[in-house]
Design a binder for this molecule. Structure first.
Ligand code: ADP
Ligand code: MG
Length: 604
């Protein structure tokens, strides 16, 4: 058989193999076209799980009657004209493949009317054969009807599952699309039954109402809204508490620049952030929106455009990991049942801080928050804790310390532990009143200072792993591990390069022995590769130790016994610079009895 060019209908059918896997994929392509056409309302009508009928109606810009046939031709698109357009894509589609592919394996009818047309036109196609367009009745916008999917490709038709399974896939796709675009109204009907009608949701309350429709009441009850923006990247969304974990990854919605994607990198980053608060086998639930310059994303990596590539993947991973981790560790601001004014100011998170809101469904109004976060002890009397204990206080502070010296003898400065609050704070009582400690922040500082001490003496104390771990890293990171072996050893690691992009870890710092080796070593290597490769490690040693300490610190939501809490308090008292964590956030605060009295209007 000689070489020949394939007939164009066959080419479309081959393309359809990639783009039109099943009814759900048709829905994705048609709704994305409607969104690209600027629709503010999209109606989906499905019959028999999408195998008999998929009808998508929108109120977008429409298609000119002269271009109807063109829309159904291969590689015909109105969305890009050059490679530059592709590199900074503002639309969901760009391949010009969906409509011809679908038309080649189904009975398709495209009806449309633009704002300037007096009437609508319609064109039919059956197995890729186009009929002549004819006038039709239709309001502004477009309807695409797809009937009898795979009617002419019996082999593929056999791969379709039951109506229920196909509809399940289809509904999941529709859910994703409806979550991606709160600014668009969606409706879904299956076998003439109305399943959803989702009005435009511009404010948080309406968005959360849509979330309840799509993800269920329970999700929202356990979820918290968050958002964070740095360096041109913005991450926002809802994270379910670990208590709402699932056995399947069926509630993990990720969107990049309004496009729903199944991205391994994003999922991995989120998974890692949940790692310390979730059992291994459980899956977190979340809805996440990442926005960044389209130039930093390559969407042309997958025929159905479900996978993407980030140009600076490490940066994105890091940003997502840290943001989610912080959001998970930040407590829900507790409500003051008496509606009292807020106490003090909450932690000065600085640029790029995480702002957390809470989901409705909780019984208490949470706006009048009692934020205990970052209040330094009353300014006039402020004496660093360590200084108080070790006599290194400033002159101004001496008198205060002296005065308290006698009284404080039996009760330690940070007092005795009473309880743990919301898995995040340790509450303790000292002579002055209530002490609130952010246990993660405090532990991080303790770990950091201890490692610095060990290093100053000689090297960070190291502990061999029971079984060495082999990690895949980038070539550059493997090179760094090789080139800086000695210095890395001083940091408490034993790392050997095992191949072009593999390292073997045989030991880690004692203080970090309980943290995930994988993430820890990766962080150290990537830190070295990204920031310090050229410089001597010596100069950035503190940054490195801080990165490491972050891994070793107890995570929020770990239950501590009273004895453990007291041990933490005693360690804090022994630690320099304990008043702030490595990121500059406060680690503890005092609320005096006098302040508590004022709150309850005592003695007035
Ligand atoms: P792509 O979306 O990659 O451009 P498609 O085959 O999905 O390719 O669509 C081809 C063209 O048809 C689009 O570029 C667009 O101009 C037009 N089109 C398709 N669907 C619609 C719609 N719902 N409203 C307006 N125009 C549409
Ligand atoms: Mg398209």
């Amino acid at each position: 058989m000689g070489i020949r060019i394939l007939p164009s209908q066959l080419i479309d059918q081959i393309a359809a193999g990639e783009v039109v896997e099943r009814p759900a994929a048709v829905v994705k392509e048609l709704v994305e076209n409607a969104l690209d056409a600027g629709a503010t309302r999209i109606d989906l009508e499905i019959e028999a799980g999408g195998t008999r009928l998929i009808r998508v109606t929108d109120n977008g810009i429409g298609i000119d009657d002269a271009e109807l046939a063109l829309a159904l031709s291969r590689h015909a698109t109105s969305k890009i004209t050059s490679l530059e357009d592709l590199e900074a894509l503002g639309t969901l589609g760009f391949r010009g493949e969906a409509l011809p592919s679908i038309a080649s394996v189904a009975r398709l009818k495209l009806t449309s009317r633009t704002a300037s047309a007096d009437t609508a036109s319609s064109i039919a196609a059956e197995g890729g054969e186009l009929a002549t367009p004819r006038p039709a009745a239709h309001p502004f916008g477009t309807t695409v009807e797809v009937r009898d999917l795979f009617f002419n490709t019996p082999a593929r038709r056999k791969f379709l599952r039951t109506e229920r399974t196909e509809f399940g896939h289809l509904e999941l796709v529709a859910k994703n699309l409806a979550l991606a675009r709160f600014d668009v109204e969606f409706a879904l009907k299956h076998n003439r039954r109305q399943l959803w009608r989702l009005p435009v949701a511009t404010d948080r309350a309406r968005q959360e109402a849509r979330l309840v429709e799509l993800c269920g009441e329970a999700f929202l009850e356990h979820a918290r809204h968050f958002e964070r923006e740095i360096e041109g990247m913005r991450l926002s969304g809802w994270l379910a508490a670990p208590t709402f974990s699932r056995s399947q990854p069926d509630m993990q919605f990720t969107f990049v620049n309004g496009r729903f994607v199944r991205d391994k990198l994003l999922r991995h980053a989120v998974r890692l952030a949940y790692a310390d608060v979730l059992f291994q086998a459980r899956q977190p639930a979340y809805v996440l929106f990442l926005r960044l310059d389209p130039k930093r994303v390559d969407v042309n990596a997958h025929p159905a455009k479900l996978e993407i590539r980030f140009r600076d993947s490490r940066l994105v991973h890091d940003f997502v990991f840290r943001t989610v981790e912080t959001a998970l560790a930040t407590p829900v601001e507790s409500a003051s049942p008496l509606g009292l004014p807020a106490l003090g100011v909450s932690a000065a998170a600085g640029g790029g801080g995480v702002a957390l809101g809470t989901a409705p469904g909780a019984s208490l109004p949470r706006q009048s928050a009692l934020s205990l976060g970052g209040r330094p002890p009353a300014s006039g009397e402020y004496v660093p804790l360590y200084a108080r204990l070790h006599g290194r206080e400033t002159a101004a502070a001496t008198s205060v310390a002296d005065r308290e010296d006698r009284e404080d003898r039996e009760v330690p400065p940070l007092g005795f532990a009473l309880a743990q609050l919301s898995g995040v704070y340790v509450l303790a009582e000292n002579r002055e009143g209530l002490i609130v400690v952010d246990m993660h922040a405090a532990h991080e500082r303790i770990t950091y200072e201890r490692m610095k001490l060990e290093l100053a003496r000689d090297r960070v104390l190291s502990q061999p792993l029971l079984l060495p771990v082999v990690l895949k890293v980038s070539e550059r990171e493997a090179e760094i591990a090789e080139a800086h072996g000695e210095e890395i050893e001083r940091l408490g690691f034993s790392l050997v390069r095992r191949g072009p992009s593999e390292v073997q870890v045989a030991a880690v710092p004692v203080l970090l022995a309980d943290s995930g080796v994988d993430a820890l070593v990766r962080d150290v290597l990537s830190d070295l590769a990204e920031n310090h490769g050229a410089r001597r490690i010596e100069r950035s040693i503190d940054e490195l130790l801080a990165t490491m300490a972050c891994h070793g610190a107890v995570r929020a939501n770990r239950t501590l016994t009273l004895a453990e809490m007291n041990a933490l308090l005693r360690e804090m008292e022994q630690t320099e610079r304990i008043d702030q964590c490595n990121h500059g956030r406060p680690t503890w605060t005092q609320i005096s009895l006098a302040e508590l009295d004022r709150l309850f209007l005592r003695g007035q």
